[in-house]
Structure formats: structure tokens, C-alpha cells
Design a protein. Structure first.
Length: 80
């Protein structure tokens, strides 16, 4: 099953966005979900805001710690 987090809609602070992503990863594990799609927006200049940058850092760290298997950034995945 696919889990979806829309950070763009709520316009959260960075700390809240990071905490929400970590919480949803834990919830996905409990529910047996294998995929989470995170919509974060592209910032006010269309290049990616601080949430984009920090979410990617978080995912990289979680992968290194083997808490997640992998992640894909949306700009490199043409099906979306």
C-alpha cells in the first residue's frame, strides 16, 4: 500500500515536517506499507526550499542507518 504525506498543503515548519516524515515512516512499518510518497513543494523560487533539502538529508541518513531501504527524489522520476 502507498502512504502519502502532503507537506505542501499544510505549509509546516521545518521541524514539524521532519518529525511528521519520521512518524509516518514508523507508522508505515507498523502497517506493513512499503512505499511513502512525500509531496513537499519546490519553495518560493521553484528550486526547492529548505524542507526539500532537509527531507533529502534525513532520508539519506535513515538509509545509511538501515532504517529505510531506499528513496527516490521526484525530480529524477519521470512517471510523476
Amino acid at each position: 500500500m502507498l502512504r502519502f504525506i502532503n507537506l505542501k498543503e499544510d505549509n509546516p515548519s521545518l521541524d514539524y515536517a521532519l518529525a511528521l516524515v519520521e512518524l509516518e515512516i514508523e507508522n508505515a512499518k507498523i502497517a506493513g506499507d512499503h512505499v511513502i510518497k512525500v509531496l513537499h513543494g519546490y519553495g518560493s523560487h521553484g528550486k526547492g526550499g529548505v524542507i526539500l533539502v532537509e527531507i533529502r538529508k534525513l532520508l539519506k541518513q535513515l538509509k545509511k542507518q538501515k532504517l529505510i531501504k531506499d528513496y527516490l527524489s521526484g525530480d529524477g522520476w519521470e512517471c510523476f
